[in-house]
Design a protein around this ligand. Structure first.
Ligand code: FAD
Ligand code: FES
Length: 268
């Protein structure tokens, strides 16, 4: 288990990336050099005791001496985070949790909304070694995130929007089903042959989406892993505040996850 670092580190930028979205880069070489896609940092949103609880964010980009998070402003903590400025110091705890492990040669990344955050880090790590198909789901064209970043990596990209304003009209899980059905009935061109044996799905997004991916992956006998999100307090496995029900009893998202095999999760 790599050492967890806690300290105050300099914000390199904190810029708008969409209507309610921001990207923040933090210069923290010790954390960046240990970080794995799927792991996360626990941030104090401002330098005071209030709000008391840190907020968890996935590594979105991992560089040699810094890392980037992509976040959506949804409540008090992220509102305060959005006010932080370049040059400010921010209190960071990380890297935390277990990241994605990729052993198979072909991967499908399925992102729902903000779920794209950890999947770009994974794609950047694997793009030169694996065949990657990225399925990006969003409500509308305006909320499609990171399409340009994935294109730059040369991966195959398909977009689904709820209202059809960009790409396929419907859910990202429908796109996934279509892709897998197509490959089951036709010799695949995008991922080569023997896909079910060689392909793994990695996902992040709303619970309903992950539950559906668990069902689809079972049907197509393909392993699927996802980074889960639960409200967190300590972030290091001490408070049991983030427990999820699994086939092996309750597990802590912060310490045993956040990446889980989707067949392990007991959906309620
Ligand atoms: C592993 C992981 C990775 C994540 N990665 C990302 C990411 O990359 N990008 C992103 O946008 N989001 C990510 N999230 C979600 C993100 O952490 C939340 O959106 C964020 O915490 C919202 O904070 P908020 O204060 O703005 O919202 P709020 O809804 O105000 O607060 C969020 C949570 O903080 C706690 N809380 C707040 N106030 C109190 C209180 N008074 N008493 C007790 N508890 C309180 C609660 O648990 C509450 O649900 C991730 C979550 C997890 C678990
Ligand atoms: S947040 Fe405390 S155990 Fe996970």
């Amino acid at each position: 288990m790599p050492k967890i670092i806690q300290g105050k580190f300099k914000i390199l930028y904190n810029k708008k990336a969409g209507p309610d979205y921001f990207k923040m880069a933090i210069c923290a070489p010790g954390i960046a050099q240990k970080a794995l896609p799927g792991q996360f940092v626990h941030l104090r949103c401002q330098n005071s005791v209030e709000p008391l609880l840190r907020r968890p964010f996935s590594f979105h980009r991992i560089n040699r001496n810094n890392f980037e998070i992509l976040y959506k402003v949804v409540g008090r903590g992220t509102n305060l985070l959005a006010k932080r400025r370049k040059g400010d110091k921010i209190d960071v705890l990380g890297p935390l949790g277990n990241g994605f492990t990729a052993t198979r040669s072909k991967i499908i990344l399925a992102a729902g909304g903000m779920g794209v955050a950890p999947l770009l880090a994974l794609a950047e790590k694997l793009a030169d070694r694996k065949k990657i198909v990225v399925l990006l789901g969003a409500k509308t064209k305006g909320s499609v995130l990171c399409a340009g970043d994935f294109k730059k990596l040369g991966v195959k990209l398909q977009i689904a929007t709820d209202d059809g304003s960009q790409g396929y009209k419907g859910l990202v899980t429908d796109l996934l089903k279509k892709l897998l059905l197509l490959r089951a009935t036709h010799p695949p061109t995008s991922l080569g042959t023997g896909n079910a044996q060689r392909t793994t799905i990695y996902a992040c997004g709303p619970k309903a989406m992950l539950k559906e991916i668990a069902r689809i992956s079972r049907r197509f006998r393909m392993p699927a892993y996802a980074s889960l999100e639960e409200d967190m307090a300590c972030g290091v496995g001490a408070c049991l505040g983030c427990a999820v029900k699994t086939t092996a009893g309750y597990k802590r998202v912060c310490k045993d996850g956040p990446v889980f095999n989707l067949q392990e999760i007991k959906w309620s």
